[in-house]
Design a protein. Sequence first.
Length: 646
Amino acid sequence: MATRPLSGSIPDEPGSYQFIDRDGRVLYVGKAKSLRARVNSYFQDPANLALRTAQMVEAADHVEWMVVSTEAEALLLEHNLIKQFQPRFNIRLKDDKSYPWLALTVNDEWPKPSVVRGRKRSGVKYFGPYPNVGAIRGTLDLLLRSFPVRTCSDAKFRNHERLGRPCLLFHIERCAGPCVGAVSHEEYDQMVADLSTFLGGDTGPLERHIESAMRESSAALDYERAGKLRDKLEAVRTADAVRQMELDQPEDLDVLALAEDELEAAVQVFHVRAGRVIGRSALFVDKVEDLAPDELIERLLVDVYAEAASGVPRQILVPTMPAELETVVEYLSLRRGGPVSVRVPVRGPKRSLLETVERNASDAFLRHRLHRTSDHNSRARALEALQRELHLPDAPLRIECYDMSHLQGTDYVGSMVVFEDGLPKKSDYRHFKVATVPGNDDYAAMEEVLTRRLTALLDDERTAASAATSGTDDRSDADTDVEATPTPAATRRRFAYPPQLLLVDGGLGQLHVGMRVLEQLGLSDRVPIASLAKSFEEVYLPGTSEPVRLPRQSEALYLLQRLRDEAHRFAISYHRTLRGKRMTVGALDGVTGLGPKRRSRLVEQFGGLGPLRAATREELMGLSWLPAEVGAAVFERLHTPLAPER
């Protein structure tokens, strides 16, 4: 465990601190307004710390710190140290390199645009990223008609420069021919500047400049040049039409949103320039630290704009205000070289744009989570890892996961979801309506559900064995119809296949319930069991109180998470269905002439109990299929003080 430094030796100033293990590896990097207060907060009863924080302090040998002048400098120092040491207990921001950028080599003698991916380089100005390569190449092809800058490689440029002969692009007017001196440096630099202006989103001044030059050429009777300028203006407007106007005002801003679970987050940043969305960035966060939403937003703003290829805009829209807002704003203002505001939009076009970015983040997160399960090799690795880490006799080709759902002890339900070969097998999903558990008792409810499922397994196995024995006897006496005799496999129902891993949602308590049921039914040696604790994604196994901690980025943990989430979703959906039916039946109970069929049709036609309450007496009495007196009785029933509220 880390040795606690003397409190008086820790400076009461801003800075960055580092927890280091006995081998000199940096485990965690943090920043603080007051190093003394922050560092001392780690040395308390471990029970009062978050689990990962307690694990970090336990694994560390000592703590060091570096003092800086301001909190903004502490933020920057923290970012640089995390980037340098990649500490295991800090969140990690991973750039999604699948999106292409349009790069402009502004430091070259003859700058050129090109489509690139991956790591950003100095001396290059980046625009985008774009949704796909086709979109960026199509835009570039349109722009080359207006700004015929070179797109060839440096080697090809030098070769044609040596030959004194331009390439085909020059002859089809897609290149101004700098390799053969067909354009001056001043003219070429102006084309590059115009291209950069367009890609930056500010097309208004550029269009006005081209239109003015076109009119001047026309007035001077230089119709050939005026025609070229007209074509150039049309190409600029065509390329600009590809981009959608998102805001009413020509503002420069970024919109940041995320979708997350306990372990990861998908981050989307839309870049808006002059009121137009000109690109977006996609990032993924490995949430090793226990961060509150405002702390995560703070870290994202620091990391995203530390080396932002698109620069820091004047305004940044976020879903939640960052922790230590003033420090973050000061940091961003230093990076931009001017004032920066961070806001949470609450209404209007900006709120709509934030919701759009949030939907994109949710879609990206879903694709990220499902990518591993959609790939056969990934699923195979996950199953092999589960067999190895959980000490299973075989790879768990069939996994069953169980979860419970209720509302203050009412409408208690259980769910069973099945994955085979790492994929959901929805035909084998089952709901359980808990019947014997009064009140709120998750353990008893879990015991009932597992007992019913595993008893059904044994009953089906006995039925299959009996059918097999009967079939064997029949075949020994019969000379015909051998093929008509059912085989054991044919008589088995889906419920009769035993799981190679039985997973329950919860901790040691739920695990012990499952172990007790397996022992009572004599299945302890046949059905392996484990529980997944949601708080820290730890797996508990029989025979030990210490959980198995699967690697956070492992295929195995992703598979278990998806099983648990699917079981929870399936249980919740069934619980809501039962609760909705109960509420509807209760509200319409006792209405003369309103049986189950009419009641269901009535609720379905109005779209639920709420809209039905809002219906007028005339609307209910006017239904062609419902007697008028029954409609009036329904209205009275729903508008008496005794009618249950939603």
